[in-house]
Design a protein around this ligand. Structure first.
Ligand code: ZN
Length: 299
């Protein structure tokens, strides 16, 4: 099979998502086709669409939305969110599928797409992404009688309200917490979470800026934790947390700025927990930092 003439490079389809360099192998045309292929393959009435703050995300989300609606599927445009919020939206509002334009923790020249089905089941190469890839590469999309519509929904208030149900705010003592958002999506969510908490927040790099002027949004690299660690020691914080670009990975440090086990948002794990606790649909964390680090404080 030759893909030389294709506008969709098969190499951008990774095990769990689509990822590539914007303008090189991840173009508007490629994302249009992937959006259209996803709509055709998923065969659902509507798809929730989210994006992160990367410089190329507005163009790419527009291309994805055009592809989906040209294939006759409606779009719920949820705007800027964390990846975690995408999973929440799909579960909470019972949408049949969701996609997010994001390249997670990758450098600024990258962008990508994550996909999930109803109840936030992720779509990987083994569970549908290979089919979407093949349809996108072929590009033989059947014409539809009508185009899908686009409606807008800002679900961040619902998301934060839901996240707060995971903890008992009345049992949290007044903590001093440093958060490094890496100029990523945690910068949008964290101030709104902390409004509800009896904690003092020391924000680092909360401005949404896809050029990542302070450090790469990849806290797994030790050099990207240095600013957080210094701030924790400087202000005598109880703990600190660094988030990756789409805020689905959190790297906590203790009061001595020592790295603790990272926490990753995992819709499957959250669903299992939700089922066990009788909470119904899938969702994940926004203030997991508090769940995680304030257990002692909660006693
Ligand atoms: Zn991520």
């Amino acid at each position: 099979m030759t893909t030389r003439d294709s506008t969709v490079n098969p190499d951008i389809f990774k095990a769990y998502d689509v990822r590539g360099v914007y303008g090189k192998d991840l173009t508007e045309e490629a994302v249009y086709r992937i959006g259209r292929a996803a709509a055709l393959y998923l065969n659902v009435p509507e798809i929730a669409v989210c994006r992160d703050m990367r410089v190329s995300s507005p163009q790419l989300v527009a291309a994805a939305i055009k592809g989906i609606t040209d294939q006759g599927v409606n779009v719920i445009d949820c705007g800027l969110t964390t990846t975690d919020e995408l999973y929440f939206i799909v579960g909470y509002f019972n949408y049949q599928a969701g996609i997010m334009i994001t390249a997670s923790h990758n450098p600024k020249q990258y962008n990508g797409i994550k996909f999930c089905r109803a109840q936030a089941y992720p779509i990987s190469l083994d569970t549908g992404l290979a089919d979407i890839r093949d349809l996108a590469i072929q590009g033989n999309f059947p014409e539809t009688a009508h185009k899908g519509s686009v409606t807008h929904r800002d679900a961040t208030d619902d998301y934060i309200k839901h996240a707060l149900t995971y903890i008992d705010v009345s049992k949290i003592r007044p903590l001093k917490v440093v958060v490094d958002a890496s100029n990523g999506m945690a910068g949008m969510v964290m101030p709104r979470v902390f409004e509800h908490l009896p904690a003092h927040l020391y924000p680092l790099y909360f401005e949404l800026d896809g050029t990542f002027p302070n450090h790469s949004p990849s806290p797994i690299e030790p050099e990207n934790l240095v600013a957080l660690q210094q701030k924790v020691l400087e202000v005598g914080a109880d703990f600190g947390a660094a988030f990756d670009g789409d805020a689905d990975r959190m790297f906590p440090v203790d009061e001595k700025a020592r790295l603790d086990d990272p926490v990753q948002s995992d819709p499957l794990q959250e669903r299992t927990r939700a089922d066990r606790e009788g909470r119904g649909q899938s969702h994940s964390h926004a203030c997991r930092a508090f769940l995680y680090q304030s257990r002692d404080a909660q006693g």
